[in-house]
Every structure is written in C-alpha cells, then in structure tokens.
Design a protein around this ligand. Structure first.
Ligand SMILES: Cc1cc2nc3c(=O)[nH]c(=O)nc-3n(C[C@H](O)[C@H](O)[C@H](O)COP(=O)(O)OP(=O)(O)OC[C@H]3O[C@@H](n4cnc5c(N)ncnc54)[C@H](O)[C@@H]3O)c2cc1C
Length: 477
C-alpha cells in the first residue's frame, strides 16, 4: 500500500496537497525527488537555481527526518525512474503537484498512463498557482491576454483553499536506495562562486516562513510606496521560495489577508496580492502558449531587426555599460542571484531597446543567474519588457536609465553599494558620471574609460534608433 510522493517544485511539508493525500491513505509514504536529466534544454535549471535546489533539497530531507522519514534522491528520466521506484517499493499510488510547462505536462501524462497500465493510482493536485491556469476565461471562452480583466476574473474565483498545517506524522515506507546529494554536483565547487548567495538567502521551508513573517511585520505596510525603491528593502523577496514551492501561493495569500484584517493595511495588502496575480497571469500565458519562453508572442515582432551584438551583451551581463543603475542591477544579480523588480525592468529595457539585443538573450542570462528563475514569469516578463508580450508596455515607452535611477534611487545608496568605484561622486552626477566636470571626477578618483566605463551608447541616439527599428514593423504590431 506504499504511496510515493514525488516532490518537484513544492519542496515543503506544510500545505502540500500531494503529501496530505498520501498521508490520508494511511499507508507508508516514500518521498522522492528526481533530478530529471532529460529536462529539455532551455528548461534545465541554471547555475543559481541549481545552487538553490541543492540547499532546498537538504532542508526538505532534514524536515522529513524529523518525522522519521527521509527524501529519496534519484537521477534519470522521470518517465523511467518513477515507474521503476513504484515497482521497487510495491507502491499502489503515486502523488504529485502539477507543473504547467508544456514538456512537463506531456511527460506527466505519459507517466500517469504507464502507472495506470501497471494498476497504480496516479493522483495530481493543484498547488503551484492560486487557481488553475485554465480556469479564468473571457466571456467568449478564450484565454486572457490583458492582465486587469484576468485579475478581476481571478478575484471572482475567491480566495484559494485554506492552507493545511504541517502533518502530525508521515508514515515511514520501506528502506530505499537513494543518491547522495553531493554527487549531483548542484552546488558549485570549482570555483565555489556561491558566497554571495549564502550571505543573502536561507533556502528551505523554514527560511521561507521566516522571510514572509519579517515582510508582514515590516515592509508590507509601506509596500505601495516602497516597492519601486531598490535602495530600500520594500518588497518581500519571496520569489525564490515561491519558485521552489517552499511556500505555496495560497499560504502567502492567506497570511497576507490575516495581516490585512489585523493591521488595517488593506490597500497595501491588496497591492501585494496583485503581484501574486501577475504570477498567476504568467502561468496562464505559459499554459495557453507553451512556447512562451522561445517564441515572440506578438507575431509582428518576429520580423524585428534585432542586433546580435556580442560585445554589448557581455558589457551588459558584467555590469559594465557605463549606466550606473543598469550596472548596479546586473552586479546585484551576479552577486546575490536576485534583482529588484524595478531594476529588472530598467536593465531589460536597456538590453532590448538601447542595445536592440534579442529579448531571449536577456532571458537566458537571467535563467542562469537568478535564484528565482521561473519558467512562466521569466518568459512572460522578458516579452513584456520587450513590448512583444501579453499586455506589454508599448514598444515606444523606452526607459531612460538616468532619470529612472534618479527617481527610484534618489540618494544613490543602491548604486553606491553595487558600483563602489563611483561612490564618491556627488548625488547630482551619480546616475550620469559623464556629465560631471573633470575636476569633480578627479576629486572622486574616477577616470572614465579606465576606472568606470564611458556610456556604451548615447541613450538619446539609442532611443531614436529603437524607434526607427520599431517603425519597420509598426504596421503589424
Ligand atoms: C525581465 C524580468 C524578468 C523576471 N524574471 C522573473 C523570474 O524568473 N522569476 C520570478 O519569480 N520573477 C521574475 N520577474 C518578476 C519580478 O521581478 C520578481 O518576481 C520580483 O522582483 C521578485 O521580488 P519579490 O519577491 O520581492 O517581489 P514582491 O514585490 O514582494 O512580489 C511578491 C511576489 O509576486 C510575484 N511577482 C512580483 N512581481 C511580479 C511580476 N512582475 N510578474 C510576475 N510575478 C511577480 C513574485 O512571485 C513575487 O515573489 C521578472 C521581471 C522582469 C522585469
């Protein structure tokens, strides 16, 4: 009667529908995680995400051991590994929480079929989103392409189900061979570049809960005012915990709502919950357009005259563009595996509009370097920034990296932290060092082109070039 619980992007014990179902069967439970080395190429987790996964799996195993159970690790194509493990443990059921990437849906339905043919129950559950991505539909029965009506439809569906507490017990299954986590090489060793990640994050369910409560007790009340300020800790930083399912969106939703009632911070709470709505919207788009990560969503943009500029791309990725807010963001990303949302928009706009580099190049860099690299949100957000995605900002709205910096990092604390070589510049020149008089640069110890780059492009000219490029496809966009 053994039940296998197949953990995937739900690396937690509380409010885990597959685990709740398995325990309710009253039989021994074998928890397993499969490193599916047959993940199709663009979907293999990148370096930062692999680091996170390593530590999250360790935390999940430690939590299971407190129940006298443990996490079994297996490597290989899941369509082979899961049926094999079911046979090995005499399992009569396998349970998992659903994923929405096209390849994962196909694979999971193949596995369901194989298990069924072997007389094994396969049960899957909703967990990753507030509501199943296929449920919100327009009056005409079509998927939504615009966020506001999607959000209204989501709100009409009501709150997600009340989260389940951590179980009291998890019956132990038969002893099963598992891989040693270290042998998977998820944690970088040669060299170990993860120091900044360690200093910033605590992967795992306990880390997720601690961060959530710190946010609810602190920044939530001022979220609408501070959420655009990278120089202030004004957002939740829950994204990597959500990415790996160390907390469910339902838990986040209900914890926020409780706080909204207790503290009368209704508007701030709703502004925050709306961001979870954007996350669900990304999953809605990925569900209906499974090639969202690769294929430009608005067909007219497929003829856009992108520039395959390798040098520009490398300067951008290394935080060496000469635009301080862009460089600060790219360096924050490289050091911590995360970047503030406002700055993601600024660096994204700079790449696709100022440099005219294909959005997929930016998406790929983010995929490798973000600890929260998410198949739905990363793809939808890059298409949004490029102007070619669903409900995207119009292409002609091009961020000015200088005025964005001045507006959202007014005292320059963010730039000074990540671009220390220009920290001594007075505020008025910090976001545009090339405008500083020679004497001011000399006083601050800066030689442009040596200690800090000259701007990679002239923004005004780059803006015009982008608008001209847009003219070539405008008829169809
Ligand atoms: C170019 C680009 C790429 C992005 N790539 C990713 C990615 O790979 N993974 C990822 O989780 N987010 C991505 N985002 C969205 C957003 O930047 C992050 O979710 C957010 O910065 C995470 O910080 P937070 O948890 O403090 O957010 P908060 O402001 O505290 O928001 C709470 C949660 O809401 C969700 N959320 C917030 N903003 C958005 C948004 N614009 N779209 C969808 N969901 C949102 C996230 O799950 C977030 O954790 C991207 C945005 C851009 C512009």
């Amino acid at each position: 009667m053994t039940t296998i619980v197949w953990f995937r992007a739900d690396l937690r014990i509380s409010d885990n529908p597959a685990l709740v179902w398995a325990i309710a069967r009253g039989a021994p439970v074998v928890p397993v995680f499969v490193l599916d080395d047959h993940w199709p190429d663009p979907w293999q987790p990148g370096g930062a995400a692999r680091w996170w996964l390593h530590h999250s799996l360790r935390a999940l195993d430690a939590a299971l051991r407190e129940y006298g159970n443990r996490l079994v690790l297996r490597c290989g194509p899941a369509d082979r590994v899961i049926p094999e493990l079911a046979a090995e443990t005499d399992a009569t059921a396998v349970a998992w929480n659903r994923l929405y990437e096209g390849w994962a849906r196909e694979r999971d339905s193949r596995i369901k079929q194989t298990l069924k043919e072997a007389g094994i129950t396969a049960a899957s559950f909703q967990d990753r989103v507030l509501h199943e991505p296929w449920v919100p539909k327009t009056g005409g029965g079509a998927p939504y392409k615009v966020f506001s009506p999607f959000w209204k439809a989501l709100l009409k569906l009501g709150a997600p189900a009340e989260p389940q507490p951590a179980p009291e017990h998890i019956p132990t299954g038969p002893a099963v061979r598992g891989d040693d986590l270290d042998s998977w090489g998820l944690h970088p060793t040669r060299p170990d570049w993860s120091g900044g990640l360690h200093a910033t994050w605590t992967p795992g369910e306990a880390g997720a809960q601690a961060r959530l409560h710190a946010f609810l007790d602190g920044a939530l009340a001022q979220y609408p005012e501070l959420r655009n300020r990278p120089d202030r800790a004004g957002t939740s930083a829950m994204s990597p915990h959500l990415r790996w399912g160390e907390i469910s969106p339902a838990q986040l939703w209900h914890a926020t709502q409780h706080r909204m009632m207790e503290d009368a911070c209704h508007d701030a709470g709703m502004t925050f919950l709306r961001e979870l709505g954007w996350r669900d919207f990304s999953y809605h788009l990925l569900y209906w357009w499974p090639d969202l990560a690769d294929v430009t969503w608005k067909p007219a943009f497929r003829a856009f005259p992108w520039r395959e500029d390798g040098d520009g791309y490398r300067a951008w990725a290394r935080g060496q563009t000469g635009y301080p807010i862009v460089d600060a963001g790219m360096r924050e990303l490289y050091a911590t595996g995360w970047m503030h949302n406002r700055v993601r928009m600024i660096v994204g706009s700079f790449l696709v509009k100022d440099l005219l580099i294909p959005w997929q190049w930016g998406e790929t860099w983010f995929w490798d370097t973000l600890v929260d690299a998410d198949p739905a949100t990363n793809a939808a957000s890059w298409q949004w920034v490029a102007g070619c995605g669903a409900d995207a900002a119009p292409y002609f709205r091009i961020f000015n990296p200088v005025t964005q910096g001045q507006k959202f990092d007014p005292g320059g604390a963010y730039v000074r932290r990540w671009v220390p070589e220009i920290a001594a510049l007075p505020d008025r020149y910090l976001h545009a060092p090339w405008t500083a008089p020679a004497s001011v640069l000399a006083h601050a110890g800066i030689t442009l082109g040596t200690s800090y780059p000259e701007p990679l492009v002239d923004h005004k000219a780059a803006r015009k070039r982008a608008l001209d490029a847009f003219e070539t496809i405008k008829g169809g966009a």
